[in-house]
Design a protein around this ligand. Structure first.
Ligand SMILES: [Fe+2]
Ligand SMILES: [Fe+2]
Length: 381
């Protein structure tokens, strides 16, 4: 496959432009498949760039491969590597966050993960979630979410979960479903109602409008408070995750972040203008966690809904916002690809934060690509 070989070469070549390398990343993933061979190319590319945008995209995609061999040890290395003088971490907080999220994505596989590895990673994550050990709040929150994720397995409705052997970790079943209309392995599942195909389809029919509005109102409340009540009384956390969280003394707070994540993915799966606006509203108003806001912006990028353009632009313009959030907002605005998003992306190609600059440059490319596609589709119709 000449395309694949060329993409692999581009991906590890520091002389190529960031934009070409990111495109190459998706060619490697799509044409090469999520195999250990392609994972090795991605891992080799991480240290060939100083761009945090590129590093974190590589680490995020490695997690989506859900491979344990070689990848899990590599993620541990990313998380622990220090600078030459040992004063701080070698990798930026955004890349380290992505490494944790990848461990969560790998560990939420329902079977086939070595039990010893799981226990080792549980300890790594517990340390990363502990304030006296880990200085960055974004990392501590990511680690707690991954701990909960590993104990909240995905049940695939398309096939029965494979049984693990005696030495395999078999996560408790029946808690969550992987079914959603998006391709990503998410850091938390949605609530069960929004992981059910037939319920989601019924949300789309006009006669259910009032019911959907009611459901959105319930989910918005969870986004705001982090408290689960009517939305999903039985499905907060698995008992072992609850135990661990209690043991570490941050049960209430972290549980609320977990619940917020679940409500956010529920709203994403509903995918109506109202549910998208509810996500936008949370992105604007939330003060609880930059990590949460970056995920809200990421989800808006998945949704590509034109109603989100205004808020995404405002987030990019808010220079006081965390650069991780502004970066996701820029990429999401590129994916929305409406004409009025262009000016802000062009303007912030000169931002003081490199990850925002890189994201705006890449988003402009994305914008051009999708706009062309939209024009072709509308002329075709
Ligand atoms: Fe992320
Ligand atoms: Fe990102």
């Amino acid at each position: 496959m000449p395309d694949l070989a060329a993409a692999q070469a581009t991906l590890v070549d520091p002389q190529c432009s960031l934009d070409d390398r990111l495109r190459a990343l998706y060619t490697v993933k799509n044409e090469g498949g999520k195999t250990i061979e392609q994972a090795r190319v991605l891992m080799a590319a991480v240290d060939t760039t100083v761009s945090v945008l590129m590093q974190h995209e590589l680490l995020y995609n490695l997690g989506q491969f859900q491979i344990t061999d070689e990848v899990v040890p590599y993620m541990k290395y990313i998380l622990s590597r220090k600078t030459a003088d040992g004063s701080t971490f070698h990798y930026n907080v955004v890349s380290r966050h992505e490494a944790i999220e990848s461990l969560g994505a790998i560990l939420c596989r329902s079977a086939g993960v070595d039990a010893e590895m799981v226990e080792d990673l549980r300890q790594v994550l517990i340390d990363l979630a502990t304030e006296s050990i880990e200085p960055f709040v974004e990392i501590r929150e990511s680690a707690m979410l991954a701990l909960m994720r590993m104990d909240t397995p995905i049940l695939s409705t398309s096939s029965t979960p494979a049984a693990g052997g005696a030495s395999s970790y078999v996560a408790p079943t029946g808690v969550a479903s992987a079914v959603h209309p998006f391709v990503s392995v998410d850091p938390s599942p949605s609530f069960p109602a929004e992981a059910d195909d037939s319920i989601l389809k019924s949300y789309q029919s006009p006669e259910n409008k009032a019911r959907v509005q009611e459901r959105i109102a319930v989910l918005v409340k969870v986004l705001e408070t982090g408290v689960v009540s009517d939305a999903d009384p039985d499905c907060v956390m698995s008992p072992s995750a609850t135990e661990k969280a209690k043991e570490l003394g941050y049960y209430a707070d972290q549980c609320s972040l977990w619940n917020r994540y679940r409500a956010m993915f529920s709203l994403r799966n509903i995918n109506t203008a109202e549910s998208v606006l509810a996500i936008c509203d949370a992105l604007q108003k939330d003060t609880s966690s930059a990590l949460f806001r970056h995920e809200l912006a990421f989800v808006l990028g998945q949704l590509e809904h034109p109603v989100s353009g205004k808020v995404l632009g405002e987030v990019i313009e808010n220079v006081k916002e965390h650069s991780m959030v502004r970066h996701e907002a820029a990429e999401a605005l590129g994916a929305v690809a409406e004409a009025d998003g262009l000016a802000v992306l062009e303007k912030y190609c000169n931002d003081s934060e490199q990850i925002v600059v890189d994201s705006c440059v890449v988003a402009l490319e994305m914008h051009a690509y999708w706009s062309k596609f939209k024009t072709t589709t509308s002329t075709d119709e």
